[in-house]
Design a protein around this ligand. Sequence first.
Ligand code: SF4
Length: 319
Amino acid sequence: MKPFTYERARTPAEAAASAGRVQGARFIAGGTNLIDLMKIEVETPAHLIDVNGLGLDRIEATPDGGLRIGALARNTDLAADERIRRDYAILSRAILAGASGQIRNRATTAGNLLQRTRCPYYYDTNQPCNKRVPGSGCSAIGGVTRQLAVIGASDACIATHPSDMAVAMRVLDASVETVRADSTTRVIPIADFYRLPGNTPHIDNSLEPGELITAVTLPKPVGGRQVYRKVRDRASFAFALVSVAAVVQPDGSGRVALGGVAHRPWRIEAAEAEMPEGAKRVADRLLADARPTSENAFKLALAQRTLSSILAESEGTTR
Ligand code: SF4
């Protein structure tokens, strides 16, 4: 691990200002991804800004009937919160599908959204990787691609985003609240938060340098049957091959987002109009522009069948 300096920030604005001022600074909270990356020198921050003392761990009702989740609310606390379990069950289920109990005890809401890809080449500093070293090339293209993206990828990167929580947040239309280095604040709809790789795969999201997430806000509850189903190679502590977050209303309408297929949670609202017609119609629309490799083409059928299973259970019938 390379040497770095360290400070404890006292306010969100102070943390953001410091991150904007010091080249190569990173925020640290739970550290469940960053410390791993520092150990293998994928991340080599010059300065760490500890944000654990900022008091951003509360989960509060909003005036419009939603919930405001502090950026530092731990994954375990968020998944167990009575209001989340009752009104946003899909979020609780997605969180519990991720990582281990020990990691969820440390990992924060913002950190979960900001975790980096699990593309194996990103973690191997002997291999070219455009996300790790811009312009160096992509070892995954032409390499082992079973876990990687089937849609929204580019000639520069075919990585997927690993967060389960983010898929549920996308289907719930969450918004990300931030403070920037100049102390101004803004709200970013989660639909606009994650970027596709394009020719800048080293930039995962729309945050500016130094910008700190302070909270994630959920709109008022949408009701319906809420399911998060994660398909993976082993039953625990594995990232999704495919995951499906679905909200199904009694009349068959609803919402769907996919995880494990793209550089961001994959939702196309227009596809949801097909929900009463069945999973194949929805999946065909959601994945119409898919460009899978021979190793990961199975994800298309897997996504459709997983959604089909959810819809069949929601109807109380078998399809
Ligand atoms: Fe790096 Fe992306 Fe290629 Fe993986 S897919 S090696 S993260 S550039």
